[in-house]
Design a binder for this molecule. Structure first.
Ligand code: NAD
Ligand code: MN
Length: 821
């Protein structure tokens, strides 16, 4: 072949990166120990596991197999280290994080090669993307450590954090976990993925190099069943941060339910890649390559569903096939290779299985004509056309280089198709019409939306999911809140639940006990209308039995039963409907139907909240009397509760048009719009302590941020909430925004927490009920907010209102908008 021939074909020659320095490092270090207290220790089991090089299928290194005994030691080390690290000034922590970032850069090539050897991903990606983003993450969070005291006043570190990460971006996921945890003053026990532990072990060396205090970072390698599960269940761990599959995320949600451990879950996805007919198709083709063949498609936010406008589908598919034919697959250390190996034989089989299923279900498969290397675990880029939206391959995360394509006609159809998934991690939108793109972006149920770009990441812009893609964010300021808690909230892991009831006896939630008390006091129904003045009134009082409040209407309970309401002396003071499953379902449906609330203006929402305050103020005395009647508290006390409630409505009216999100400037030409979006339908069980204030303290922030709600008022004292119906009716609140179902808190909460169309559940009640809510929420991965039986001071503006409530009412969507042609 002469120069002319080479020029004609433009074939790349091999350009392998040298593996020798990394292999040498492995040889010197192995078998690797566990990293605890800044020291290398042997695993209690005495056992080691092979880590494989997926591009050869050959063993690369021996890593230690930790078990629960090692977890105990590591957690104890982290606990001890937390005593001082948690008190270390932000500036000192910033210096450590800065040093770590510098050392990542100093060892960048070794880390990149190690990552490629261990994971099989191409050196171009590890060198140009993974490792630079790792360094950036530590720099960025050095800044937050420095600023924590001034920017997050009133917050404290959580304590010891257990962190569990997947194999697809081993060092990057580790950075996403460790950097914010350390910045906020926590200590860490981290478990890398079984197949890809080596860069985390190299990172441990960096921890030693920068002389981070011993025990702040501990790294345990090994099997999920031995290390991961023990970490999740360990009582000395205050928070679990997990990235991985939705199934494992669900099991972790269940395992931690009721424990009081904070939890963030970054789970799977099936992200849409939407192409409108006015898009620049050549850019689109390169975008698709990045979306689904980057990292062999083993990317949680991979654009794995190609949605193309019908009139250009044929053209785009042809261009795409031509491009696929030119993709280069092979030795990932070769700098001219586009695609490397699949991480493990198991993962490869899973991809093959799903691809076969796609073919069986009738979709049309296309693969390039060339063959993959036979040594190692390779799979070719694959394109499915003629895919039905309900097909397995259109619904299930394949986590491999497999793209499924579907067509749409109108923007509305594109949005519907895009959202036709239980996931909600990311989406990209391609159109030369920025108006169209910016109109579509907010309608997509996804934590990140890329406009005319894809798979862009930066520490400044939070990343995380909607729906079954999990909850919590990594990166951005929002990511910091995953690693702190309000200073006032000293929730001990095993602290007993204090009685939350205002009259000293916790409500039993058991209708029979109430009935017994009812009989014991010898009250008869006549007493309800008895004027207590010794003779029978000439006119009986008009019965005022509050019904349910659903879709803006007062409706009778489906059950046809009522529940008695007592004062603290066990005198009957009224009755409310006994809500059941059916009432909750109707209420959820009504809340969904009212989703237009979110699309309205924030100004309008503010106006309605002010109006509610106004209408409540008109009836201040009546509401105060009702509180006295239900709780036996003094009139002054009750008046104060009403006053505070009115003020609280004002606060959220104020916030409605002010809790707005930010614009990020990541290192690219463009901006990222971090929007605060409502979560959707929020179910809530109100605290018993303050029948009116507790109710409004939950409802007001949620609706101020555009959510619609289904509320279970205080079981013990529901009448303050039911008295609000008229306030709502006279305040222009659209039907279905607030729905109220009275009845047994725990029965109704269970229905809400189980309901797949409820997006979040807040629960203020006993510890047992908190646990049940967290358990049930694992079904559709709804966000939860529970009090584990602890009470807070609702009168206090720090505990009872403010940013915490707004944060719980929103999720951040990051919309990436690059500039330029
Ligand atoms: P996985 O869920 O099997 O494992 C993830 C980690 O959890 C591993 O370290 C594993 O050892 C550990 N683990 C497994 N079972 C456990 C258990 N019962 N208790 C505690 N720990 C346990 O996922 P994977 O196959 O390693 O990674 C692929 C998945 O990760 C994909 O679904 C992908 O979408 C997801 N992912 C999500 C993100 C994100 O940010 N949302 C990022 C990367 C990957
Ligand atoms: Mn490996």
């Amino acid at each position: 072949m002469n120069v002319m021939d080479i020029f004609k074909t433009m074939e790349y020659g091999p350009a392998p990166e040298a593996a020798a320095p990394a292999l040498e490092w492995i040889k010197e270090q192995q078998p690797f120990g566990l990293f605890i207290n800044n020291q290398w220790v042997k695993p209690a089991s005495g056992q080691y596991l092979d880590s494989i090089n997926p591009s050869t299928g050959k063993p690369l290194a021996q890593i230690a197999a930790a078990n629960s005994a090692d977890v105990d030691i590591a957690v104890a080390a982290a606990r001890t280290a937390f005593e001082s690290w948690g008190q270390t000034p932000g500036h000192v922590r910033a210096r450590y994080l800065y040093a770590i970032a510098r050392h990542i850069q100093k060892h960048s090539r070794l880390l990149a090669v190690l990552e490629t050897l261990d994971n099989g991903k191409s050196i171009r990606e590890t060198r140009d993307l993974d490792i630079p983003l790792v360094a950036r993450h530590f720099y960025y969070h050095a800044g937050w450590a420095q600023l924590m005291a001034s920017e997050l006043p009133g917050y404290e570190p959580v304590g010891v954090v257990g962190q569990i990460i997947p194999w697809n971006f081993p060092l990057l996921m580790m950075a996403w976990k460790i950097a914010p945890a350390l910045a906020m003053g926590n200590t860490v026990v981290l478990k890398p993925a079984r197949y890809t532990s080596l860069t985390a072990l190299k990172f441990a060396e960096i921890v030693q190099e920068v002389a981070l205090p011993a025990g702040v970072v501990n790294i345990l390698t090994g099997e999920a069943s031995q290390v991961g599960e023990a970490l999740v269940r360990h009582p000395g761990v205050n928070k679990i941060a997990f990235t991985g599959s939705t199934d494992v995320g669900r099991s972790i949600r269940r395992a931690t339910a009721g424990s009081g451990k904070k939890l963030s879950l970054e789970l799977g996805g099936k992200s849409p890649f939407i192409v409108f007919d006015d898009a620049d198709l050549d850019s689109v083709v390169e975008g698709v390559v990045d979306a689904i063949w980057f990292n062999q498609g083993q990317v949680c936010c991979a654009g794995s569903r190609l949605l193309v406008q019908e009139d250009i589908a044929g053209r785009l598919i042809n261009k795409l096939r031509a491009r696929m034919e030119k993709l280069r697959i092979g030795d990932p250390l070769d700098k001219a290779v586009d695609m490397g190996a699949i991480v493990s034989p198991g993962q490869l089989q899973e991809i093959q299985r799903l691809v076969s299923q796609g073919v069986e279900e009738g979709a049309e498969i296309w693969q390039p004509s060339w063959a993959c290397p036979t040594e190692g675990y390779f799979f070719p880029p694959t394109l499915f056309t003629n895919v039905s939206p309900a097909a397995t391959i259109a619904q299930v995360e394949i986590f491999g280089p497999v793209l499924v394509s579907m067509t749409f006609r109108t923007p509305a159809e594109a949005v519907a198709l895009a959202n036709n998934t239980r996931y909600g991690l990311a989406a990209s939108v391609w159109s030369e019409n920025i108006n169209l793109a910016l109109d579509v972006a907010p309608k997509l149920k996804a934590g990140t939306v890329w406009i005319n770009c894809t798979n862009m990441f930066d520490a400044s812009s939070g990343f995380g999911g909607y729906r079954e893609s999990g909850f919590g964010r990594e990166g951005g300021k929002e990511g910091l809140y995953e690693y702190v808690r309000p200073a006032w909230e000293k929730v001990g892991l095993t602290a007993p639940a204090p009685a939350s009831s205002s009259n000293g006896s916790s409500p039993s939630g058991d209708g029979h006990a109430n009935a017994a008390q009812f009989n014991a006091t010898d009250t008869t129904p006549d007493d309800i209308i008895d004027s207590s003045n010794g003779f029978t009134p000439t006119l009986p009082a008009i019965d005022r039995t509050p019904k349910m409040f659903i879709k803006g209407k007062q409706v009778r309970p489906d059950s046809g039963y009522s529940q008695d309401v007592y004062d603290p002396e066990h005198r009957l003071i009224g009755q409310v409907g006994e809500g059941n499953r059916k009432d909750i379902r109707n209420a959820v449906e009504a809340a969904h139907a009212a989703s237009g609330w979110a699309a309205g203006t924030t100004h309008n929402r503010a106006q309605i909240l002010y109006y509610m305050a106004e209408n409540l103020a008109v009836r201040e005395e009546e509401f105060a009397r009702r509180i006295v009647q239900q709780t036996g508290r003094s009139s002054a006390d009750a008046a104060n509760e009403v006053e505070t409630t009115i003020s609280r409505l004002f606060s959220y009216a104020a916030w409605a048009d002010k809790y707005e999100g930010v614009v990020h400037r990541p290192p690219l030409r463009g901006v990222v719009l971090a929007m605060h979006e409502p979560i959707g339908v929020i179910g809530m069980a109100c605290p018993d302590e303050y029948p009116l204030l507790g109710f409004i303290s939950l409802v007001a922030p949620a609706i101020a941020m555009g959510n619609t709600v289904v509320v279970i008022p205080s079981q013990q004292s529901p009448l303050s909430a039911t008295d609000c119906y008229q306030v709502f009716e006279t305040s222009d609140l659209p039907a279905g925004v607030v729905n109220i179902v009275t009845g047994e808190r725990d029965t109704l909460s269970q229905v809400l927490a189980d309901h797949d169309d409820v997006d979040a559940m807040w629960y203020f009640g006993p510890a047992e009920g908190s646990k049940r809510v967290e358990l049930a929420s694992a079904g559709n991965m709804k966000r939860t907010r529970v009090n584990y039986g602890h009470s807070r001071n609702w009168l206090d503006n720090v505990q009872g209102e403010g940013e915490e409530f707004l944060r719980e009412s929103t999720q951040v969507k990051n919309i990436w908008v690059p500039y330029g042609e």
